[in-house]
Write a protein that binds this ligand. Structure first.
Ligand SMILES: *[C@@H]1O[C@H](CO)[C@@H](O)[C@H](O)[C@H]1NC(C)=O
Ligand SMILES: *[C@@H]1O[C@H](CO)[C@@H](O)[C@H](O)[C@H]1NC(C)=O
Ligand SMILES: *[C@@H]1O[C@H](CO)[C@@H](O)[C@H](O)[C@H]1NC(C)=O
Ligand SMILES: *[C@@H]1O[C@H](CO)[C@@H](O)[C@H](O)[C@H]1NC(C)=O
Ligand SMILES: *[C@@H]1O[C@H](CO)[C@@H](O)[C@H](O)[C@H]1NC(C)=O
Length: 353
């Protein structure tokens, strides 16, 4: 009997743990447009954003984050998406804001969608890079990941590093993103004045609504709290350890492949725009650890894991909510804190048995 009870409780515990790790997106995000353009689907695991001639749409996070490992799975508008811009980005607010962008520029059917990324630090942006993807991003969901620790920011697509913004603030005076928490946003909007072939190809509204889907957001992150600075928090995390402070040789090879074979535009090589190459362009890694991470370390992974490590503290990603979360949102975000209770219960049954 006790064996069965124990098995039941263990299953319950694992189920709750699983539930806590793939959270209901409606507890993390709220819509920033009219409700009829945003659909929470698949039990809150997916959000569909629609663009039509009446309106654009979007959502944003309740919480603000300062350092973390974040993953969002996105499926882009299929068919003719020319002129549309679909985004997933992190930003703080104000004139000297920080921002990290993934922006997908639509195209007519069969022509490649471009992924544009950008980095703003301390209010300064103008760091656009554009690449073609090596798959059709409209057929399936793919992983768009940000690693953001005190050493580097890495943009990854399906685990492939497509861009690095190193912390070279001390060495080069380029402000790093380390003192402003950012919220997560997603939008789809009409960008046909510039997005597709420089604005020559316009939106064909006959194909509206244009729908982009987002799902399975995960965040293992830090935030400023009354007890700990985000920097101190970040240094305790697995995604800040040596292997994550710079790219390893295998990752650098992949980045070089992106830079030489997939790149459409790179501000670093736009001499007409910047007659002095921006300092960060000389680095694929923070200077303090050299250009290449210690590749001899046997524990150095060849590709970054994309989901929060199960060993990380459940619920840590929801520290310091800065929005006004609803009570159900609050409850959902703290469900994970109940799991130790079930573990203890389960252990008690083991002892009794
Ligand atoms: C479009 O959405 C905004 C909110 O994002 C709303 O204020 C506006 O009324 C909407 N326009 C229409 C025509 O529905
Ligand atoms: C994306 O990440 C998920 C985990 O969230 C993983 O199961 C999946 O294999 C990844 N897909 C790709 C194409 O990397
Ligand atoms: C944040 O750091 C930048 C340098 O990266 C500095 O210029 C700015 O004043 C700092 N802001 C705050 C609020 O500490
Ligand atoms: C759209 O397709 C055209 C033709 O293949 C290509 O030149 C362009 O880079 C593609 N992407 C965008 C966003 O314009
Ligand atoms: C770019 O593609 C070419 C042809 O497929 C290949 O030979 C070359 O090694 C690639 N460059 C990098 C840096 O991967």
């Amino acid at each position: 009997m006790s064996l069965r009870v124990h098995a039941f409780l263990t299953t319950l515990f694992l189920t709750l743990l699983g539930a806590a790790r793939s959270e209901d997106l409606s507890s993390l995000f709220y819509t920033t447009s009219t409700a009829d353009h945003v659909q929470f689907a698949d039990d809150g695991q997916e959000i569909n954003l629609a663009l039509d001639q009446k309106n654009a749409s979007g959502f944003q996070s309740y919480d603000a984050y300062l350092f973390g490992l974040f993953n969002m799975r996105i499926k882009l508008v299929s068919g003719d998406s020319a002129g549309t811009v679909t985004t997933y980005y992190f930003t703080s607010f104000g004139e000297r804001h920080d921002e990290l962008d993934f922006e997908f520029l639509g195209n007519v059917s069969g022509e490649p969608i471009i992924l544009q990324t950008n980095v703003f630090s301390n209010g300064i942006g103008g760091r656009e890079q554009r690449i073609f993807l090596w798959f059709d991003p409209t057929i399936d969901f793919h992983n768009y990941t940000l690693l953001w620790n005190p050493w580097q920011i890495v943009f990854l697509v399906d685990g492939v590093p497509i861009r690095v913004f190193p912390n070279i603030e001390k060495e080069e005076g380029v402000p790093y993103l380390h003192n402003q928490s950012m919220k997560v946003f997603a939008t789809i909007w009409d960008g046909d004045s510039w997005a597709t072939e420089g604005g020559r190809v316009k939106i064909n509204w006959e194909n509206a609504p244009f729908v982009a889907s987002y799902r399975d957001f995960s965040a293992d992150s830090c935030s400023e709290t009354s007890t700990m600075s985000a920097n101190d928090c970040a240094t305790t995390k697995w995604w800040s350890q040596l292997a994550y402070q710079a790219l390893d040789v295998g990752q650098l090879d992949k980045l070089k492949w992106i830079q030489s074979n997939m790149t459409v535009y790179n501000y670093c090589t736009d001499v007409g725009r910047y007659n002095v190459t921006p300092p960060e362009c000389r680095y694929n890694a923070p200077i303090s650890t050299g250009l290449v991470a210690p590749s001899s370390s046997p524990s150095t992974p060849t590709s970054l894991p994309l989901v929060a490590s199960p060993s990380s503290t459940p619920g840590a990603s929801s520290l310091g909510p800065s929005g006004p979360p609803s009570s159900t949102a609050y409850l959902a975000r703290h469900v994970s804190q109940l799991t130790p209770f079930f573990l203890i219960l389960s252990l008690i049954f083991m002892v009794i048995e």
